[in-house]
Design a protein around this ligand. Structure first.
Ligand SMILES: Nc1nc2c(ncn2[C@@H]2O[C@H](COP(=O)(O)OP(=O)(O)O)[C@@H](O)[C@H]2O)c(=O)[nH]1
Ligand SMILES: [Mg+2]
Length: 367
């Protein structure tokens, strides 16, 4: 019997080991679309996948790609751009034809200026000396600008297969599902997607073009500092935004603090006034306090007044404190959680979960 792959994750289907990838009760070769038990449960019961890809799968795919003359669609996450536009991935793709696609546009407030984001993406690509054929901003879940992207792909492809690359969780599989729904008359997802990084286990080839060339979905590079390694899945799911982010603005005086769940807090410590605008998931409680020592408060109220973490997450949390001098209209970014935009120059103290990345960047969502 020839190998048959799961359409959801790309694993080779097998009927012997229920704990291993690709397990299915029986393989009915007549069926066009077969799913392993893991993907079936993920797609029909929204169960978090228990078997996840590792970076070994990513390396295998990269090695395979480097041998091919293919068009690459490099997908990044607009909401977690710096966590997804990383040198390790870029370096491998330097000599390829690349279309840069920033996904999850629907999460950004409607007020943002899209052309300014494109400018910023161009600037970032240049900064890394990374040459791209085109830049697109899309939303796979809402279907925004999917037609425009397909036009560009069709022109740039020139009889080649199209590889969808990028870090885990940026929405590669969702983007292919969106293209298939738009242009192949599908109504349901073909490929499994989930909020947990590592859902796609191997490459998945989906013939799409008239010349039999295909879209190829791939497992992405997994960021080891992802909040998922610090928190339970239930907390992680609260941290990740699911719909348009509603910015909240606070006027802060020296010594005031804004808390983002019990994940991070940001205090104004310079002798000035500043407005802080938070951009985080709808499930993160944003709480303002008049004092500056937030550690005790975070530990006491985690899971109740301050979520995430979720109430049932009992993992011990370790925090670190860092200080930054920030210029006017810069953002303090906390990787995976969101960012805080500051309107005036000031000094801030950030207390956050150890191992989460925090940095300052020029604001990108201003008018
Ligand atoms: N809000 C939003 N979420 C998205 C979008 N595209 C993907 N996602 C979500 O991001 C998570 C990862 O998506 P997935 O396609 O599995 O990413 P992959 O690992 O790159 O293949 C899932 O929870 C998706 O529902 C989008 O355009 N907008
Ligand atoms: Mg995937």
């Amino acid at each position: 019997m020839s190998e048959i792959m799961c359409k959801g994750c790309g694993a080779v289907l097998q009927t012997t080991d229920p704990q291993a990838k690709g397990f299915i009760q029986t393989i009915d070769e007549k069926r066009k679309e077969l799913y392993c038990k893991r993907c079936y449960r993920l797609m029909h019961y929204n169960e978090f996948p228990k078997i996840l890809a590792t970076n070994k799968e990513y390396e295998l795919v990269i090695d395979d790609l480097l041998k091919k003359n293919a068009l690459v669609v490099l997908v990044v996450d607009l909401f977690d751009f710096t966590g997804s536009f990383i040198p390790h991935v870029l370096d491998k793709l330097r000599n390829k034809d690349v279309i840069l696609v920033a996904n999850k546009l629907d999460l950004l407030p409607r007020s943002v200026n899209v052309s300014k984001i494109v400018e910023w993406l161009e600037y970032m690509a240049n900064r890394y000396f990374f040459r791209v054929l085109a830049i697109h901003i899309v939303s796979s879940s809402k279907g925004y600008y999917i037609d425009d992207l397909l036009n560009t792909i069709s022109i740039a492809r020139q009889d080649r297969d199209v590889y969808f690359m990028g870090c885990a969780n940026v929405g590669k599989s969702s983007l292919i599902n969106a293209l298939l729904k738009r242009f192949d008359n599908r109504t349901t997802d073909l490929i499994a997607t989930s909020p947990i990084p590592g859902t796609t286990l191997s490459s998945i080839k989906i013939p799409f073009f008239d010349d039999n060339k295909a879209f190829i979905d791939t497992p992405g590079l997994i960021n080891e500092n992802n909040a998922l390694s610090l928190l339970e899945e239930s907390s992680y799911n609260l941290m990740v935004p699911h719909k348009e982010i509603k910015p909240i603005t606070y006027q802060l005086q020296k010594g005031n603090t804004v808390l983002l769940g019990a994940i991070a807090s940001i205090a104004l410590i310079s002798d000035s006034q500043c407005s802080f605008t938070t951009y985080v998931s709808e499930n993160v409680t944003v709480h303002r306090r008049k004092d500056i020592d937030t550690l005790e408060f975070m530990n006491k109220h985690r899971g109740t007044l301050l979520v995430p973490p979720s109430a049932n997450d009992s993992k011990e949390l370790e925090y670190v404190t860092k200080e930054f001098n920030v210029s006017a209209k810069q953002d303090v970014v906390i990787s995976g959680l969101g960012f805080i935009s500051l309107n005036a120059a000031c000094k801030v103290r950030v207390t956050l979960l150890k191992d989460l990345d925090v940095f300052v960047r020029n604001g990108i969502f201003g008018k």
